[in-house]
Design a protein around this ligand. Structure first.
Ligand code: PLP
Length: 346
């Protein structure tokens, strides 16, 4: 076990959002019809059969969470039971044995604790990203579910997802590709959704955007979501609106921000279809939100062959207030009335 307190020396402000091979990861195996208790291991490699269904048929899913050092030194997770719940739902959709909530939380806590020296300090702007994953392994060839599975949780310190950092504004480009069909797997955190999105992201970046923005695949009118984040729009009537769609990932960050907007800011909030072209001129502020994106205001959107600036002003006071509230709760600065943070015993 690593020594508590002796932190890794990294330039936290510059680490970016990339993989660092930390000391330990948690691994549990499903063999003979049940999950074993799992254990911490040191090797970051996974050896699987070339016939593993995760490799051929993308029978795998994952989650993304963060641990933060609080102002008082505690290590905080944000609503981890919702990630456990979402992975359970995704596993069932992909015919994989769900991991129980207690195994999930216990695995995350063990991985975070064992990698304590990699958790960025309070105020560094960085955090410890946590990646739970569930993969179908074992030997297989035909299109059938795996009979053996591995559940793994690894961690990596990360900086801001977008290069602008903090609350920097980003730009999105509407993709020519569809992300997910209305009755497809868009609302599940399945790796297959992301493989299909790599080209869309590449095209968006070539246009100078940070990410792709997807419209609904039936009519290509309504906003679905960005490549790795949900969308929030403050309309010019001061209502905070977020897309209702069966094809988007139900973001834990979005759910939390919508609740903060309604309860703490007394804003009217609504989940409904948003017609990009019809309603764009009514957008006062727009943002992308997610564990990695946190809450990133969107300054312009590319569609129909040109850039369209969002709102009249470069300032985004409502998104700024929501960001401060969210990050304040996540880092233990603001009171956590809703019991969203989960302190990891060190
Ligand atoms: C496609 C997609 N949408 C939305 C989100 C945001 O979800 P959450 O707030 O639960 O991280 C993510 C993950 O961060 C994502 O990959």
């Amino acid at each position: 076990m690593s020594e508590l307190g002796k932190k890794v020396q990294l330039d936290w402000a510059k680490i970016g959002f990339k993989y660092h091979n930390t000391d330990y990861r948690f691994r549990a195996k499903w063999v003979n019809g049940e999950w074993d208790d799992g254990e911490l291991i040191e090797s970051s490699s996974i050896t699987v059969s070339e016939g593993a269904p995760a490799l051929h048929y993308a029978q795998q899913c994952f989650e993304g969470m963060k641990a933060q050092t609080a102002v008082d030194g505690r290590v905080l997770l944000f609503r981890p039971s919702l990630n456990a719940e979402r992975m359970h739902r995704t596993a069932e959709r992909l015919l994989m044995p769900p991991v129980s909530d207690s195994l999930f939380i216990n695995a995350v806590e063990q991985a975070v604790r064992a990698n304590y020296r990699w958790i960025p300090p309070f105020g560094s702007g960085a955090s410890l990203y946590i990646r739970p994953m569930l993969i179908g392994v074992g030997e297989n060839l035909g299109l059938r579910p795996a009979e053996e599975f591995e559940f793994r949780v690894f961690c990596s310190p990360v900086g801001p997802y977008y290069s602008e950092g903090g609350l920097g504004s980003i730009s999105l480009a509407v993709s020519d590709y569809d992300r997910a069909a209305p009755q497809g797997t868009g609302s599940y955190k399945a790796g297959a959704n992301y493989a299909a999105g790599l080209l869309a992201t590449k095209d968006a970046v070539a246009l100078g955007a940070d990410e792709a923005l997807y419209l609904d695949s039936r009519e290509r009118r309504f906003i679905d979501e960005a490549g790795s984040a949900n969308i929030l729009v403050l309309m010019d009537n001061d209502k905070l609106v977020t897309p209702a769609s069966s094809a988007i990932l139900p973001s834990i960050t979005r759910r939390s921000i919508m609740s903060l907007a309604e309860v703490d800011l007394n804003l009217r909030v609504e989940e409904r279809a948003i017609d990009l072209r019809e309603e764009f001129q009514n957008f006062a502020e727009m943002a992308a939100c997610g564990t990695a994106a946190v809450l990133s205001p969107v300054k312009k959107v590319w569609f129909d062959g040109q850039w369209h600036p969002v709102g009249q002003s470069v300032k985004t006071p409502v998104m700024q207030t929501l960001y401060d509230k969210l990050v304040g709760i996540q880092s233990g600065i603001l009171p956590d009335y809703s019991h969203w943070v989960h302190s990891v015993d060190l």
